[in-house]
Design a protein around this ligand. Structure first.
Ligand code: ADP
Ligand code: MG
Length: 663
């Protein structure tokens, strides 16, 4: 039953099923495992006179002094009182004569139950637009599910109630000795949706968070118990030639990274190294160095990057750097003629190709290597752990992972707990920082005029729009309208290209056209590819900058000013709360990705840093890396113990769960 389509639940037909599928809800299991984002505390009814300020609560009493006033064309305010000290206010839209629907409804109420946030008012307290009930609501903790357009919370609650009838089919996934005295899985899932009280909620949540961390870490560390790797040769003439040919001095950070990679690769212990470095810190050199070293020892190298555009770019760069050393470089992506793919696969199998750059196409079963000795994964967070392992599985290879998202050290240890970490903290000398300006929206036209003037000088530009997951459809529509308006208005005199998340392959075509200079301004609703390297792009406008994460803003602006001309980035913020200004100021004033990531963490908490916005998929459903660090430590401990006892994880229930776990 758990695998049955959501259409078996009340009120979900084919059409609705399609809508919510886009949000990742396909089966009854998905409904069960999509947890509330908050709860309304309906445990007790507070007297209106006892109401506490600043907390949401349920209160009830006789509704007195109900009035409705017109405040402007079509807009009205309804006010009433509960007891002598609590004022209730609702704003309604009502044209025409007579009282509004809401007013008439309230007029018939004697006793009213209201739930809302009380704020101090001139006399006593006030609730603005509280939820209300004409009959006593069910007491307890009421789940609030993430917003979905067209679906009410009540509907969602009914689905969950129906799905919970099958909760026992979930089965326990934690072996007894690991679970300890935590609640069972079915019980915890039941309680997370409808907790009896806060204590029960805490227990249920702890269990589920533990489970998430445990499975995540187990998946990460399982099967990496290979103890014998390849011992590559010390640097010989080929590597020395590569280094001598470099057109620049290495930074201190790069030198350190090369030294560590050399040590790892020469050792018999398999290398598992993460190189973290800010955008533009020169991580590619480290990859190239490793590649040359592997080839020098007679091995092959596979480099996996997240998109086809990046694969093409990277293949081009590696060809330029390595072909002079008579190292052959090939590209392997899905969007390539079948014959050509076949040819490349044959060169990998025969050993004629030394280095291959590609996308997921590299990890399909058809790909075999003669002697893969180094696997490189760029922009790691875009790939799942499973994909990383799949690539490694093509040989007994050393692994080098490169990430441009600076993650504070404590978190890196968690995320890549199984890996050694190197940070490149310095940028190449003479690198220009991107001039970042926080602009008042009133000056928006000036910003676009300036952008156009730079384009007329032969430069290129990006305009980025945010999408927030909860109201993505609305946002997308608004963003599309916004983009059209720009295209026909302020940007009418330049060549504009559009990309958005819903686009498939065409996205790559637009990116390539931009890279080739056939498009002047790229308007994007998705995050512009990390690693995208178009040196002629110098101007970036970020619309609704307040809606992006700081680390993300920093990454985005790293796309401009990669050439000799300085880059400029305009942050347009329309809803600038004091708090948002403080956040944006961090990006405006600093150019240190690590510092920014740390501030981001401090200001928003790690939940957001690792949130949906940044990486497409949330890593955890419930767990919060900051708040739950103790549970994480405990889970890490349990994973270590388990793997020591049973390195291959023989428990069938755990294996099943690991298969299902979506990284
Ligand atoms: P990222 O770390 O973002 O992947 P890249 O490896 O793409 O950075 O390097 C960004 C640019 O800086 C490239 O054009 C590269 O040639 C250049 N570069 C890398 N290292 C140095 C250096 N030590 N000195 C000068 N330029 C460098
Ligand atoms: Mg890079």
């Amino acid at each position: 039953m758990l695998e049955a389509s959501v259409t078996v639940l009340p009120g979900i037909g084919e059409k609705r099923a399609q809508t919510i599928k886009a949000l990742g809800l396909e089966t009854v299991r998905d409904i069960l495992l999509s947890y509330p984002r908050a709860y309304k505390d309906f445990q007790r009814i507070v007297e209106p006179s006892q109401i506490e300020l600043g907390v949401e609560q349920l209160t009830s009493g006789q509704l007195l002094n109900l009035t409705e006033r017109r405040i402007s064309q079509g807009r009205r305010v309804i006010q009433g009182q509960l007891g002598s000290s609590l004022t209730l206010t609702w704003f309604v839209y009502h044209k025409g004569p007579g009282a509004s629907f809401l007013f008439r409804k309230l007029q018939n109420a004697e006793t009213l139950w209201v739930y809302g946030l009380a704020k101090p008012a001139l006399f006593g307290a006030e609730m603005s637009s509280p939820e209300f009930f004409l009959r006593p609501p069910k007491l307890g903790l009421m789940p609030v599910y993430p917003l979905m357009s067209g679906i009410s919370n009540d509907q969602r609650i009914r689905w969950v109630e129906a799905a919970l009838k099958h909760v026992h089919e979930l089965g326990e996934c934690l072996p007894d000795e690991i679970r300890g005295n935590r609640p069972g899985r079915a019980e915890a899932v039941q309680e997370i949706h409808f907790p009896k009280n806060w204590t029960r909620y805490e227990k249920a949540r702890e269990r589920l968070v533990f489970e998430e961390f445990f499975l995540f870490l187990l998946g990460l560390q399982r099967g990496q118990g290979v103890t014998e790797g390849i011992a590559h040769e010390v640097d010989g003439p080929l590597v020395q030639k590569y280094l001598a040919n470099l057109p620049f001095e290495l930074t201190a950070g790069q030198k350190d990274a090369l030294r560590q990679v050399a040590e790892d690769m020469e050792s018999k212990r398999p290398m598992r190294r993460l190189i973290q470095g800010d955008v533009g810190s020169g991580k590619t050199v480290v990859a190239e160095y490793g590649a040359v070293k592997a080839v020098q020892s007679g091995g092959q190298v596979a480099m996996m990057v997240p998109t086809e555009v990046l694969a093409r770019q990277m293949a081009g760069r590696l060809k330029a750097a390595l072909e002079p050393l008579e190292i052959s470089v090939e590209l392997l992506i899905g969007n390539m003629k079948g014959k050509e793919q076949e040819r490349v696969r044959q060169t990998l199998e025969s050993g004629d190709c030394d280095v291959v750059v590609g996308t997921h196409a590299l990890i399909t079963e058809k790909v075999n290597f003669k002697n893969l000795s180094l696997a490189i994964v760029d922009e790691q967070h875009r790939f799942g752990v499973r994909q990383r392992s799949a690539l490694l599985g093509k040989g007994n290879a050393d692994l080098l992972v490169m990430s441009a998202t600076p993650i504070p050290r404590s978190l890196a240890l968690t995320m890549y707990g199984d890996m050694d970490t190197t940070e490149i903290r310095d940028l190449p000398a003479g690198r220009q920082v991107v001039d970042t300006r926080l602009v008042d929206p009133a000056r928006r036209d000036d910003v676009y005029r300036y952008l156009v003037s730079r384009v007329h000088q032969g430069e290129q530009a990006y305009v980025v729009f945010p999408l927030v997951e909860e109201s993505e459809h609305l946002d997308l529509k608004a963003a599309n309208q916004e983009m059209e308006a720009l295209q026909n208005g302020l940007l009418a005199s330049v060549r504009v290209g559009l990309i958005h998340g819903q686009m498939g392959k065409e996205k790559d075509a637009v990116f390539s056209a931009f890279a080739a200079g056939d498009i002047d301004v790229l308007l994007a609703t998705t995050v512009i590819e990390v690693g995208m390297n178009v040196p002629n792009a110098t101007v970036m406008v970020i619309e609704n900058a307040e809606r992006f994460g700081l680390a993300q803003l920093h990454q985005l602006r790293g796309r401009v000013g990669r050439g000799t001309k300085g880059g400029i980035c305009f942050l347009l913020a329309y809803n600038l709360a004091p708090h948002s200004r403080e956040r944006l100021d961090v990006v405006r004033k600093s150019n240190d990705g690590f510092y920014i990531a740390e501030e981001d963490l401090r200001l928003r908490g790690p939940g957001d840093l690792f949130g949906v916005r940044q990486w497409g998929q949330p890593l955890f459903r419930l767990a919060d890396l900051g708040e739950d660090s103790e549970i994480l430590t405990e889970a890490a401990h349990q994973v270590r113990e388990l793997l020591a006892r049973d390195p291959l994880v023989s428990s069938p229930q755990l294996r099943l769960e690991l298969e299902r776990y979506e990284w």
